[in-house]
Design a protein around this ligand. Structure first.
Ligand SMILES: Nc1nc2c(ncn2[C@@H]2O[C@H](COP(=O)(O)OP(=O)(O)OP(=O)(O)O)[C@@H](O)[C@H]2O)c(=O)[nH]1
Length: 960
């Protein structure tokens, strides 16, 4: 409580200011329950007496003490009735009573006024709170809100109102410390000027007009109107000071405290201005400051930096240097600083060093001495077609320049358009380069057929292919041979079925075995130029003898010119007869050593694993005879044995290295694919770093799956590899899209003028010599219009595969001294394949000639019978037309074929339907006579001046 007492403004601490001291004051301390106390000021006033002139001076009036109890001051202040003076005249008493009545009335009025004021203050406060909130909202939204301003304006006088009343104890607010933070902030901001205001006019005896410079500029105008009214009004009333005392001490009215100058530190501007500036100038000054009084702190906080960055609303108020400058400038009120002088718009000026650097850069790029680079003349490789962009790249010129040059040549093209080689040459020479014309095929890798130097050659393992009839034991024999691999046991790895295997023998020599699916694959590979096999092991089951596929394998092997070793298998079987096999082989010109020939043979049992060493020995012997060698010190070249798309590893190809060494990391082209060797895996599943000649190895890192027989070649870089692969792809695509479908039936569909017909045949004969004789004779029959195409010729009976092939092509099968087996006959019947048997070669040739001629059909010979000129055209019937003719040549006959020509162009072909002469139907009209004709087809486009030609067609049998 004592604190509160100290904080309270204490009246009477200093004598009230005034011209004349009319009131004497004293202090009385009051004590209340619970240890509370209060100090009240007691004033002693002199009663004013009105005397008539000549009346004796009144006796000294008894001092009248007005004690104002703090809790309930309202009724108390009524002045106590003064004791009537003894010598009081009736007039005096009347005057006194009147005065007292006046006082009471004034008190009542004053009470009413205070209540009104309290209400008004509350309303004003509420209004101010609203205004402050609106101002805050307006600050958040950048739109200015002028409306709320006038609202508080009329309210503004409210806080001002008590000011003149408090003018008497004015020094109190200045000297007494007030607890900071009390009261409502927006109200406090507005309050200080009101409270301080009395300080300025202090020396002025009449403070009433001073409310005018109240900081609220809007309020300034209306303020004086209501305010001075009550302010000067009580001035002449004596009771007014008492009311003032009551007001300041009334605990039920805390409102005036709110206007005490507390919590001012955040409002720096509005405060000094009214004080420093004269009253007259204060109004406009305050107008600018106070209008944004509530929003100013925020607006300062939100002021964007010079760089354009906006400070967040709630960001700590740590001003940037620019902000500080600006603030400083604002504070200095337009002082000219260096920064301001150099920097009118607030942007940071470039330093001299920066200007210098920029100037130098400019000089370097434009004005400076630029080294004129000598134009480089290039050899530009130009294929048959090239895009402008690609040509520009190869010439190292700008594409736009090329386009411009082409435009000047009259060729408006874009960068992506393709130009031909001749146009490209013009451009190349125009730009001062040298052209080197290349054809597309130049892109492909040249097949290196050059022989390696003898001293670079090293012995290499033989590559062995095992062939034979079905179930004769090829796989069993291969497995048995692999069982002899000494490395296999050491590695203990899982055998990889990669289509090729390498067996290391006891003497460290190695043999590579290819596990081809059959002799067809062997031939397929050979047909593709992949003759990778050095030795063929022909497996013949001793119990079964020679079988068709055995014979085919013999033919294929012979055709390939590869040495053969006959492995007579299953000799463990009881019914095995190796000698019979040897004898039967003679029939196919395979003479084994036992029969006096040079073909090695060996009796083996894949099941019992007997004779294997003998077989290996014979293979080695054969390899020695072949003197197999290769240069391992060159980029690897090989052949794809088989290829697949592995689920986990991507495209994988089993490659047999022919020569050179294939290493991990090598860039290669493989068929129409390219790649970089990511890994090499051998047949035992081991990853190896390199693979030398005759080594089968799996290659990983290919862009796609190649085909068996495709070559693999190591190239210098990936770009080259891609280029070659792309070219090969394009060739394949072209082949696929431009060649006719495989069906040979389409060949017979029509005779094209520019293409001879093909007559497909399958020829089977008893001997090779006969086959060759027949093939030669048939080829001689071929003419420009039709030629024989022998799909397949061979020695032996007509098999199912022969029939299937012929059926697919719609070809007849010619059998010379051979017949079709039962199965083949059955298929031939089903597929409607013609089987023709001959035993005389001349008959065979004649029939084929007739058949080929029959394919072409009979020949048509045309003979012109007569010609006529069309003179007139008539309508005939409802829609038809009739032509009036003058026969110029030959004869015009009814039912003859006719054609009408106009300017030697045929416009109609048909027949003459009717022929008349002077309304009579006639059979024919000769030259020099006129006639009328109609045509079989309803032809109306006949004009005078057209020509009619009648002709006959004779079909004669064609001969070849
Ligand atoms: N008794 C005996 N049977 C054998 C021998 N070699 C293979 N066989 C059997 O002959 C059958 C066929 O053997 P494969 O090795 O599958 O013959 P293949 O030529 O590979 O057969 P395809 O793969 O169909 O061409 C199997 O049942 C083998 O057990 C042998 O030396 N003696």
């Amino acid at each position: 409580m004592s604190e509160t007492d100290n904080d309270k403004p204490k009246l009477g601490m200093r004598a009230p200011l005034g011209v004349k001291r009319t009131v004497e004051t004293g202090k009385v301390k009051q004590s209340f329950s619970h240890g509370r106390s209060n100090t009240v000021i007691v004033e002693t006033k002199k009663a004013r007496t009105f005397r008539r002139p000549g009346d004796p001076a009144p006796a000294a009036e008894a001092p009248q003490v007005v004690a104002e109890p703090t809790p309930a001051p309202a009724p108390a202040p009524a002045p106590a009735p003064r004791p009537a003076a003894a010598n009081e005249t009736p007039q005096e008493r009347q005057a006194r009573l009147l005065r007292e009545a006046d006082d009471q009335r004034m008190h009542a009025l004053e009470d009413a006024r205070r209540r009104d004021e309290a209400e008004r203050i509350q309303r004003a406060e509420a209004e101010r709170v609203r205004v402050a909130e609106r101002a805050a909202a307006a600050a958040a939204v950048p739109e200015p809100q002028p409306e709320p301003e006038p609202a508080p304006a009329p309210v503004q006088p409210a806080p001002v109102q008590p000011t003149p009343v408090a003018a008497a104890p004015a020094p109190a607010p200045i000297s007494v410390p007030t607890p900071a933070g009390r009261g409502f902030r927006p109200v406090e901001r507005a309050a200080p000027p009101v409270i301080e205001q009395p300080a300025a006019p202090e020396p002025t005896p009449a403070p009433a007009p001073t409310p005018a410079p109240a900081p609220e500029p809007v309020a300034a105008a209306p303020a004086p109107a209501p305010k001075p009214a009550p302010a000067p009004a009580p001035a002449p009333v004596r009771a007014q000071p008492a009311a003032t005392l009551q007001l300041s001490r009334d605990p039920s009215m805390p409102a005036p405290r709110r206007f005490s100058p507390v919590a001012r530190p955040e409002i720096p501007k509005p405060q000094p201005k009214p004080v420093e500036q004269p009253v007259a100038a204060a109004a406009p000054a305050a107008a600018t400051t106070n209008q944004s009084a509530s929003a100013q702190p925020q607006s300062q906080g939100q002021r964007p930096l010079s760089g354009g960055q906006a400070t967040p609303r709630n960001a700590p108020a740590r001003p940037s240097p620019q902000q500080r400058d600006r603030k400083g400038d604002e504070r200095r009120g337009g002082k000219l600083t260096v920064n301001r002088a150099l920097n009118e718009d607030g942007a940071r000026a470039r330093s001299l060093a920066a200007l210098k650097r920029a100037r130098e850069k400019e000089k370097r790029s434009f004005g400076g001495p630029r080294d004129q680079q000598a134009k480089q003349v290039r050899d530009v490789q130009v294929p048959e077609a090239i895009t402008v962009q690609e040509l520009a790249n190869r010439m190292a010129e700008k594409g736009a320049d090329l386009v411009k040059a082409l435009f000047k040549m009259g060729m408006p093209v874009t960068m992506t358009q393709t130009i031909d080689q001749d146009t490209a040459e013009l451009l190349v020479t125009e730009f001062g380069h040298n052209i080197s014309r290349v054809s597309e095929s130049d892109i492909d890798l040249a097949i290196d057929v050059s022989e390696d130097a003898p001293d670079s050659l090293r012995p290499r393992p033989p590559v062995v292919t095992i062939m034979g009839h079905v179930d004769h034991g090829k796989t069993s024999l291969l497995d048995a041979l692999r069982g002899t691999d000494v490395v296999r046991g050491e590695a203990g790895g899982i055998t990889q079925h990669i289509g090729a295997y390498q067996v290391t023998l006891k003497d460290k020599s190695r043999i590579t075995f290819l596990d081809t699916p059959g002799h067809e694959a062997f031939t397929q590979m050979r047909a593709r130029g992949a003759n990778v096999t050095d030795i063929v092991v022909l497996v013949v089951a001793a119990d079964d003898g020679l079988m068709p596929q055995t014979i085919e394998a013999i033919h294929h092997t012979k055709a390939a010119g590869v040495p053969m070793i006959v492995a007579i298998n299953k000799v463990d079987k009881y019914e095995a007869n190796p000698q019979r096999v040897r004898e039967r082989l003679l029939e196919h010109e395979v003479v084994v050593e036992e029969m006096g020939g040079d073909v090695q043979n060996v009796e083996v049992s894949a099941l019992k694993k007997t004779g294997l060493d003998d077989l290996i020995e014979k293979i080695q012997l054969q390899a020695e005879l072949l003197e197999l060698s290769a240069n391992p010190d060159r980029p690897g070249e090989g052949t794809v044995i088989e290829a697949k798309l592995d689920k986990g590893r991507g495209p994988v190809a089993t490659v047999l290295v022919n020569r050179g060494t294939l290493r991990v990391g090598d860039v290669f082209v493989i068929g129409a694919e390219s790649g970089k060797v990511r890994a090499l895996v051998d047949d035992k599943g081991r990853q190896i770093k390199e693979a030398g000649p005759a080594m089968p190895v799996e290659v990983l890192g290919i862009s796609g799956v190649p085909s068996a027989g495709d070559p693999i070649q190591v190239v210098e870089n990936e770009a080259r590899a891609r280029e070659v692969a792309e070219y090969r792809q394009s060739v394949l695509t072209q082949k696929r899209t431009t060649t006719a479908p495989a069906s040979l039936e389409s060949m017979f569909s029509a005779l094209r003028a520019d293409q001879a017909m093909e007559y497909p045949l399958v020829v089977k004969a008893d001997t090779q010599g006969t086959v060759e004789a027949i093939v030669g004779s048939i080829n001689k029959i071929s003419t420009d219009l039709i030629r024989a195409r022998i799909l397949h010729s061979g020695v032996g009976g007509i098999t199912e595969s022969d029939v299937t092939l012929a059926g697919a092509s719609g070809a007849p099968i010619i059998g010379f001294n051979v017949r079709a087996n039962a199965k083949a006959r059955e298929i031939a019947e089903r597929q409607k394949v013609a089987l023709k048997y001959y035993d005389v070669i001349y008959d065979l040739v004649d029939e084929i000639r007739a058949g080929m001629a029959g394919e072409l059909g009979p020949e048509a010979f045309e003979t012109v019978v007569g010609r006529a000129e069309i003179r007139e055209v008539f309508s005939a019937g409802k829609t038809g037309r009739a032509a009036g003719l003058l026969v110029t040549d030959g004869v015009i006959r009814k039912a003859l074929k006719a054609r009408i020509t106009r300017n030697d162009v045929i416009i109609y072909q048909g027949e003459i339907a009717s022929l008349r002469r002077f309304k009579d139907d006639v059979a024919e009209v000769r030259a020099g006579l006129e006639c009328g004709v109609t045509f079989t087809q309803n032809f109306t486009d006949i004009k005078a001046g057209d020509y009619l030609e009648t002709y006959e067609v004779e079909l004669r049998e064609r001969t070849l």
